[in-house]
Write a protein that binds this ligand. Structure first.
Ligand SMILES: NC(=O)c1ccc[n+]([C@@H]2O[C@H](COP(=O)([O-])OP(=O)(O)OC[C@H]3O[C@@H](n4cnc5c(N)ncnc54)[C@H](O)[C@@H]3O)[C@@H](O)[C@H]2O)c1
Length: 323
């Protein structure tokens, strides 16, 4: 396997630091660009960020503090580092925050990517550019299982900004020859996350004795995906550019589960806790399974962390932290 030089924007984030460590372990040369745009609401999240930095340092992965909306800064970085692969993760990665402040969400999501695309265009760089999109581009799932070429129709600002970036990337590719891949993950969980998705909130609340809030009767479906599976799938996209270039891939576990399945696991690990049922949020799309046949057949992706073991690993990791 040819070793790659990979620049990761937003590489200090939840996905970014896991991916950086995973790819470095596989022998690739990694550089991280990040501007510390994190919503740190407590000391524990601060500690998680410090741990991310420590882990990157241990692997001697350089971290450059740069806001990638600044096209000149990112241009210089690309020029100096000369990556053959660029993974773009920098964004406001939270649909609720984008709903509260759409201007900020679009600014961080769309303008970050515009800065990167502009730099690549100016350099005429032949860099395999991998964009992290989202299941939210599909909007309300029209079927229980969605494939990459099914219709996209986002219902919130976050989904719209992710789809806008996909369209921009394809347009830049056609106009300036930038080779690309698009990855659509969903409902990720794993260690050192601070984005407050339900998998994380449930564990933290129960450990703090607070009880949890569940939308509706708990039958909401999500394609929960262990970050380790996403790292495996992404590495296959990077390492097989002849097959993955100019393609879009769903990369999830590939089997949606309902919230009550999470509750069963939590009850086995923690015993009883209080549950409050709350109404659905109309800006959150109805989702389901993202079909992963394409990445399985084309690249040999084999997710190996089903919810029962992956989520349990996360709970046990939390139990070893001091809350
Ligand atoms: N976590 C998920 O479940 C999930 C699911 C689908 C898609 N995604 C997408 O994957 C990407 C990464 O998600 P995440 O969960 O790791 O988010 P995250 O918030 O943990 O990480 C994003 C990182 O980007 C950095 N950043 C933001 N704007 C920047 C800028 N202008 N310049 C430099 N750095 C900047 C932040 O400091 C942060 O470290 C996002 O684009 C998100 O939309 C995430």
């Amino acid at each position: 396997m040819k070793k790659k030089k990979i620049l990761i924007t937003g590489g200090l984030g939840f996905i970014g630091h896991h991916l950086s460590l995973y790819l470095a372990e596989r022998g690739h040369q990694i550089k991280v660009a990040d501007c510390f745009y994190h919503h740190i609401t407590n000391q524990q999240y601060n500690d998680f960020i410090i741990e991310r930095i420590t882990l990157l340092k241990k692997k001697t992965i350089p971290l450059e503090i740069v806001d990638v909306r600044n096209s000149d800064r990112i241009l210089k970085l690309i020029k100096d580092f000369e990556p053959d692969t660029l993974i773009h993760l920098a964004a406001t990665a939270n649909a609720s925050l984008c709903h509260i402040d759409p201007n900020e969400g679009i600014n961080m999501g769309l303008m970050s990517f515009c800065g990167v695309l502009d730099a690549l265009k100016k350099l005429g760089a032949n860099v395999h550019t991998i964009y992290f999109s989202s299941s939210m581009v599909y909007g309300n799932f029209q079927k229980t299982e969605m494939r990459e070429n099914d219709s996209v129709d986002p219902i919130n600002v976050y989904g719209a900004s992710k789809l806008s970036c996909e369209i921009l990337l394809k347009s830049y590719s056609r106009s300036y020859g930038i080779p690309f891949s698009i990855i659509r993950p969903s409902a990720l969980y794993g260690e050192r996350c601070i984005n407050r998705r339900i998998t994380q909130i449930f564990i933290e609340n129960i450990m703090q004795g607070k009880g949890i809030k569940v939308v509706g009767s708990g039958q909401t479906l999500l394609d929960f995906t262990d970050i380790r599976d996403l790292c495996q799938g992404t590495s296959l996209v990077i390492e097989n550019p002849t097959k993955s270039t100019n393609q879009t891939f769903n990369i999830t576990f590939g089997n949606a589960r309902c919230i009550s399945d999470l509750l069963d696991i939590l009850q086995k690990e923690f015993g009883k806790f209080s549950i409050e049922h709350i109404p659905e949020n109309p800006t959150t799309p109805r989702r389901g399974t993202l079909v992963i046949d394409k990445v399985v057949e084309l690249l040999g992706y084999a997710p190996c962390h089903p919810l029962e073991s992956g989520y349990r690993d996360l709970i046990r990791w939390y139990k070893n932290q001091s809350l």
